[in-house]
Design a protein around this ligand. Structure first.
Ligand code: BGC
Ligand code: ZN
Length: 396
């Protein structure tokens, strides 16, 4: 971290101070996190939307980019603003914008298509074929740990005034929603694991007849648990924090069972639970993720959500056994990344339902709030008492 991180930064040396804003992010050449002055974005194209950012949350990706000093700065720049989970208010719109007006609350998606492939042409850049996409706060576009952002009409999902508290949850929820949508489609390939037709995967509820294991009770594991419990799936959540930690308390309030990952082997855990229809992996730790592949139940789906980076300790696995099981037990291991505006809309709707089904949970899940200037504190400790970390940037 840089203690006197107030040096000015802007791509144009003649930029007027009135047109700069604060941003927290990474520098290409120097490891650490910095608070910089960067140029305030402006409306340039017809479909542009200028957003004044109200709150931005951070997640494992932000920590990972910092820790591993991964800096895909925008072209010709050497600074990348972090953050990709945001809610803000529209301050200006381009002449061609019709569905969004000044004053609206919006949360923008973070990926921008390659402009080449069929997926991006259909506004489904989360399935981009070329890999030449950009992502706000991650790959080649500034993120939202700053005061303003320019997005385009098609990427801005409108939120209502009641949604302010859940706004920063929409992006990560959309990631989980997309993966569960895929899981539902995959599971329809096989007969259901219980004998009740009303609990088939194309039904809305499963009344405890379906079982899931969530690996990790961080923000994404919490959202995965929310989805599973909202659909009445018997849910087990594996974590390695003490049982009285906020993470465990939250999952218990959702009616999920805590599994102490330190005391039991994956084999013992799976034997105790029995048939598990879906594993939702949200640890980003490859040793944990791999250990449970070997333990998958028949006809089950494994949703890989974490993005592991280099781990210090190398792990050994019986690859023959893993591959044999996958084939002989009809297992599906599914990687799922990113989400599009459609998933954002679904996520917003689902979160509104959650506000009624589990009142106060989304608010409680935000354990820490910081101002941009407190970026060092916000990014510094990673104790078990933190769930979602949010930066409050401007008044709603
Ligand atoms: C974001 C995704 C993104 C992924 C990989 C995640 O944290 O939520 O939108 O695609 O990181 O860059
Ligand atoms: Zn049943």
């Amino acid at each position: 971290m840089n203690a006197n991180a107030t040096n000015s930064y802007h791509s144009n040396a003649f930029v007027n101070w009135y047109f700069v804003m604060k941003a927290v992010g990474l520098k290409k050449d120097i490891p650490g996190l910095f608070l910089e002055d960067i140029a305030k974005p402006e409306i340039q194209k017809k479909d542009d939307v200028l957003i004044r950012i109200i709150s931005t949350a951070i997640d494992g990706t932000d920590f990972s980019l910092l820790k591993n000093h991964l800096v895909d700065a925008p072209e010709k720049e050497d600074f990348l603003t972090l953050g990709h989970e945001m809610i803000g208010r529209v301050e200006a719109v381009g002449s061609g914008v019709h569905t969004i007006a000044v004053g609206d609350l919006v949360t923008p998606t973070n990926r921008r298509g390659c402009g080449i492939c069929s997926a991006c042409a259909e506004n489904m850049s989360d399935y981009c074929y070329t890999g030449l996409y950009k992502e706000h706060g991650i790959h080649f576009l500034h993120g939202y740990l700053t005061e303003y952002a320019v997005s385009q009409e098609q990427y801005c999902v409108k939120m209502s005034e009641e949604d302010i508290a859940l706004g920063v949850w929409v992006e990560p929820m959309s990631i989980a929603i997309k993966a569960f949508d895929e899981m539902l489609r995959i599971q329809l390939r096989a007969p259901s694991s219980c004998i009740h037709p009303e609990h088939n995967w194309d039904q809305p509820r499963w009344q405890g007849c379906k079982r899931a294991l969530v690996l990790g009770a961080g923000p994404l594991g919490f959202l995965g648990t929310l989805w599973l419990r909202a659909h009445d799936i018997e849910t087990y959540v594996l974590e390695v924090v003490p049982e009285d930690s906020i993470k465990v308390k939250m999952i218990k309030k959702l009616g999920a069972h805590y599994v102490d990952g330190k005391s039991f082997t994956p084999k013992k855990i799976m034997e105790a639970i029995g048939h598990v229809d879906v594993i939702f992996e949200a640890t980003g730790a490859s040793d944990v993720a791999l250990a449970f592949i070997e333990m998958m139940s028949r006809n089950s789906v494994y949703l890989l959500m974490g993005v592991p980076r280099a781990q210090e300790n190398k792990v050994c696995f019986d690859v023959n056994a893993i591959l044999r099981h996958i084939v002989r037990q009809n297992q599906v291991i599914l990687g799922s990344v990113n989400s599009n505006a459609e998933h954002f809309r679904k996520a917003a709707e689902f979160l509104r339902f959650i506000q009624k089904r589990f009142p106060g949970m989304l608010e409680k899940g935000i354990t820490n709030r910081f101002a941009l200037e407190q970026f060092e504190e916000a990014f510094s400790f990673t104790d078990g008492e933190r769930l979602k970390i949010v930066f409050d940037i401007s008044k709603p």
